[in-house]
Design a protein around this ligand. Structure first.
Ligand code: GDP
Length: 448
């Protein structure tokens, strides 16, 4: 696919720096570079050149690269200018580029979009780039790199090729069925065996406990408990920043506050919630409603219990009062242990005892959260990293299930296979993705 326009954009951040890179992609790249440098430099090598505008004024001395397509990252002719990293240098060169006919500033993600449209990347690899740019922790970086490297894309392409082979076999059988010389029973057995194998491979990939999505999105830890249990104070102590308002007035945390942290390379999102109790006013009621939603979606709930005024373990709230959703792993935590007289904590030996004030038990708690997060995201080996992949693969598996459960009428088998192929094509971004592209690429930086 060719794009008529030639796009340009800074590829490095805004501000003073040693070097500032401008990327150019499209059919006029050679013309643009020629205008700036006088003559086209040798391809695929950095060359030192003087850049001038159309009036002959010197703009900068820069390393420039000329990269003829299609063997480039966008698949088009490309050029790069490695300028001195001053703001005025950059704007002078951008100004000169703006005067070249057919040249326009790039939209966010436009270079990657062209790479995708020119078949240099599939959609999962483009998503890998987005994830790599967004990666905040080591484990996320590794997962994004694997996806960019095509771990998911190659697997989907392999399944798709094998499905297309099956489809071709069924269609050939349909074509020749009038001639009466096809052994339909034998064909059915072979088809069924291969389809069942594929189905199982896809089902195994789907049965990954959402490890990849959890790693990409972050392991969600919700702090829950009655008002004044010490949730905001603990969140601050854990995240070591003042992210939540700490106050002695019950019900001040009216909204849900999230803090993203890096725990041993794993992304963990700590969520402070409105105190769980019957709300007196509508704003607090909304806070409590959100709390319940977050608790249901949590990967781990920390259920905080403060001692009562006399320093005894609180007993008036239990899990049923707090409506801890079934199935979400929950850690019970006894807070404010600095005010508890030693020996007063006879009961409930399993609960973790902490004091956000003195720091007692916080390292153990962090260790527990990290261990749970590590278990939930596994070794970062999951192929599926987005709900989109999961839905596509599940659709494919469902069509194969239908095929395997069916009466093996060749016409129906062919239709099931076609739909299964289509579902995989959607995962790789071959069909029905226009809207998706806009959403994905608009999240990129300009110049990517
Ligand atoms: P939340 O409503 O559950 O978010 O509770 P807060 O974090 O706002 O804490 C309620 C009150 O308990 C505040 O006055 C805190 O200073 C106090 N508090 C919280 N954690 C501790 C602790 O570990 N020790 C002591 N002594 N007080 C604490």
């Amino acid at each position: 696919m060719s794009n008529a326009s030639t796009i340009y954009a800074p590829a490095t951040g805004f501000g003073r720096a040693a070097i500032s890179v401008i990327r150019i992609s499209g059919p006029a790249s050679a013309d643009v570079l020629g205008r700036l440098t006088g003559a086209l430099p040798p391809p695929r090598r950095l060359s030192l050149r003087t850049l001038r505008n159309t009036d002959g004024d010197v703009l900068d001395q820069a390393l420039v690269a000329w990269m003829p397509g299609p063997g480039t990252v966008t698949g088009e002719d490309m050029a790069e200018l490695h300028l001195h990293g001053g703001l005025a240098v950059r704007s002078a060169v951008l100004g000169a580029l703006a005067t070249v006919p057919g040249c326009e500033p790039a939209q966010p993600g436009a270079f990657t979009r062209r790479a995708f449209l020119n078949g240099r990347l599939d959609l999962t690899e483009a998503e890998g780039i987005a994830d790599l740019i967004d990666a905040e922790t080591e484990a996320q970086r590794r997962q994004a790199l694997r996806q960019l490297d095509g771990a998911l894309g190659r697997q989907v392409a392999d399944w798709r090729t094998r499905l297309i082979d099956l489809l071709a076999g069924v269609e050939a059988a349909l074509d020749f069925s009038d001639e009466g010389d096809v052994d339909e029973a034998a064909l059915d057995a072979a088809l069924t065996a291969k389809a069942a194998l594929l189905r199982d491979e896809i089902a195994r990939t789907l049965a990954d406990g959402r490890r990849g999505e959890r790693l990409r999105e972050g392991f969600v830890v919700v702090l829950a408990g009655a008002p004044n249990a010490g949730k905001s104070t603990l969140l601050n102590a854990l995240s070591r920043r003042d992210a939540a308002i700490v106050s002695a007035i019950p019900g001040t945390t009216r909204d849900v506050i999230e803090v993203r942290c890096d725990l041993g390379g794993l992304p963990v999102i700590l969520v402070d919630t409105a105190g769980l109790r019957d709300a007196g006013d509508p704003i607090e009621a909304e806070g409590i409603r959100r709390t319940r939603v977050r608790m249901e979606q949590a990967d781990l709930i920390l259920l905080l219990r403060a001692p009562d005024e006399a320093g005894n373990a609180a007993s008036h709230t239990d899990e049923t009062d707090l409506h801890v959703p079934a199935g979400v792993p929950t850690l019970t935590i006894r807070t404010k242990q600095d005010v508890v007289a030693s020996g007063a904590e006879a009961e409930d030996q399993t609960a973790l005892r902490i004091s956000a004030l003195t720091g007692l038990g916080l390292d153990r708690l962090l260790g527990r959260i990290e261990a749970q997060a590590a278990e939930a995201v596994g070794g970062g080996s999951a192929l599926i990293t987005r709900e989109r992949h999961r839905l596509g693969l599940a659709r494919c598996r469902d069509h194969l299930d239908r095929l395997l459960a069916g009466s093996a009428l060749p016409e129906l088998a062919a239709e099931d296979l076609r739909l299964a192929v289509r579902a995989l094509g959607e995962v790789a971004g071959m069909v029905g993705v226009e809207e998706l592209l806009d959403r994905l690429f608009s999240g990129f930086c300009i110049g990517k």
